[in-house]
Design a protein around this ligand. Structure first.
Ligand code: NDP
Ligand code: 2IT
Length: 448
């Protein structure tokens, strides 16, 4: 697909010029602008009032130095970011990513997509994202703690439970959120729900750990059911072996599927008898080891170096849950050749535009990240609401709300696609439905 509308074409050119070198951000904006062509034909008021022009420009970008001292007493200096993208429908909300590949373009793409995703949850949360080029891999707990304390020493000035509420993402899990929360509390003298994904002892929500992976499966289930299929009996390939991948595996197994593969940034494991999740959890959540070690516990499993080969494994369902652009055109061709039925995204923007086009052209049901991985942030919003009320809900209650939210997202984006004559195009449906609510809020609040 390409942008044909002259106004949107001009806007895309301005975005590329104003944000040079930020290719992930360009990719995310281009996909949304492509989807909005039929919307602005029907609603010229969005153009007249500069809504889309405003939407592609973050409300605020905070960029800061993060100095910390390693275990050898040497000073290390990283970069911290928080992109407060859009607060039309609620306070900025979105995760923090700690990974050496992080730069402004990655945080902007994630923050931009978060606007639409958060809108789709139906809950009052705006879009934001943050992070650092710090690499938690191989660092001691004390080094991670010192880094988190330094990061929060600057970030705390810009966040708050009614302003901006960060959470986890790649490289930021329960340990990091704990250290960040502790430092926020210490220097602000406030015990507030300013982060989500907190430990259960200090205001966290049951089922938040599981929420993104479970939500992905609930969304996929809704999509499959709509076409007369279920998870049961399917072979599933899931990339990654972090928070999202682990709980997607757990739910897919509970739903009667066989998950046969997982990966990390070095390679993938193939276990034709089905992944033993207890082994994966011990290796990844407790010991923080590489996925390669899995074969030491499962003699019939294989380990292969390199990530992309995972998509050559025959499967009915593929759930990319690692990182952006991990599923390219060749991967999509391999999946189609092996008869894949559906691809639903657990990671943010894991499929390249060419891969998405190929999958959809070959009648593969495709669930875009903004919709299919929204369960994590939706449950974060439930955590925020409980923190305001100062109580908590049971696991079962949160889980059943999550399932309902994911079913509603599927229904709403399908209807939005159909409304514009794009039946079954969930990429367009998610972008249009997510956009409409935010755009109307911007119009009502006054865009200038
Ligand atoms: P984790 O840090 O828990 O796990 C990330 C996984 O992805 C690891 O297995 C990691 O391997 C792999 N990975 C990371 N970077 C790369 C890379 N450049 N190439 C190949 N593999 C890579 O993160 P999450 O599970 O939380 O996040 C996974 C994805 O899901 C991300 O795209 C994130 O933005 C998205 N997401 C997360 C949500 C959440 O609630 N946590 C919510 C919605 C989306 P390795 O250990 O080798 O780095
Ligand atoms: O990409 C995402 O939606 C997340 N990393 C979760 C964000 C959140 O605020 O829970």
């Amino acid at each position: 697909m390409s942008i044909t509308n002259e106004y949107l074409q001009g806007l895309m050119e301005r975005v590329e010029k104003r944000n040079p070198g930020e290719k992930e951000f360009h990719q995310a904006v281009r996909e949304v602008l492509e989807s909005l062509e039929p919307v602005i034909e029907r609603h010229p008021e969005y153009v007249k009032h500069g809504v889309i022009e405003s939407l592609v420009e973050p409300e605020r970008i905070i960029k800061f130095r993060v100095p910390w001292v390693d275990d050898n007493g040497v000073v290390q200096v990283n970069r911290g970011f928080r992109v407060q993208f859009n607060s039309a429908i609620g306070p900025y909300k979105g995760g923090l990513r700690f990974h050496p590949s992080v730069y402004e373009g990655i945080i902007k793409f994630l923050g931009f997509e978060q606007i639409f995703k958060n809108s789709l949850t139906g809950l009052p949360i705006g879009g934001g994202k943050g992070g650092s080029d710090f690499d938690p891999k191989g660092k001691s707990d004390l080094e991670v703690m010192r880094f988190c304390q330094s990061f929060m020493t600057e970030l705390y000035k810009h966040i708050g439970s009614y302003t901006d509420i960060p959470a986890g993402d790649i490289g930021v899990g329960a340990r990091e959120i704990g250290y960040l929360f502790g430092q926020y509390k210490r220097i602000s003298n406030t015990f507030a729900g300013v982060l989500t994904g907190k430990g259960l002892e200090y205001g966290g929500s049951l089922a938040r750990t599981e929420a993104t992976g479970y939500g992905l499966c609930y969304f996929t289930e809704a999509l499959l059911n709509d076409h007369g299929f279920t998870f049961k009996g399917n072979t599933v390939v899931i990339s990654g072996s972090g928070n999202v991948a682990i709980y997607a595996t757990q739910k897919a197994q509970q739903m009667g599927a066989t998950v046969v593969a997982l990966s990390d940034s070095n390679g993938y494991i193939y276990d034709p008898e089905g992944i033993d999740l207890a082994v994966v959890k011990q290796l990844k959540e407790v010991e923080r080891k590489r996925i390669k070690e899995y074969v030491n516990f499962r003699p019939n499993a294989e380990y292969h170096e390199g990530c992309r080969g995972i998509w050559t494994i025959p499967c009915g369902l593929a759930l990319p849950c690692a990182t952006q652009n991990e599923l390219d055109l060749d991967s999509a061709k391999a999946l189609v050749a092996n008869g894949v039925k559906a691809v639903c995204e657990g990671a943010n923007m894991p499929s390249t535009p060419e891969a998405i086009e190929y999958l959809m052209a070959n009648d593969v049901f495709f669930g875009p990240a903004k919709a299919s991985n929204a369960g994590g942030v939706a449950t974060s919003a439930l955590e925020m609401s409980r923190n305001s009320i100062r109580n908590s809900w049971s696991f079962e209650r949160v889980d059943s709300m999550l399932r309902e939210i994911m079913q509603n997202i599927y229904k709403n984006i399908s209807e939005a696609a159909a409304e514009y004559g794009l039946d079954g195009n969930l990429v367009a449906g998610a972008n249009i439905a997510g956009f409409t609510k935010v755009a109307n809020a911007m119009l009502n609040e006054g865009v200038v």
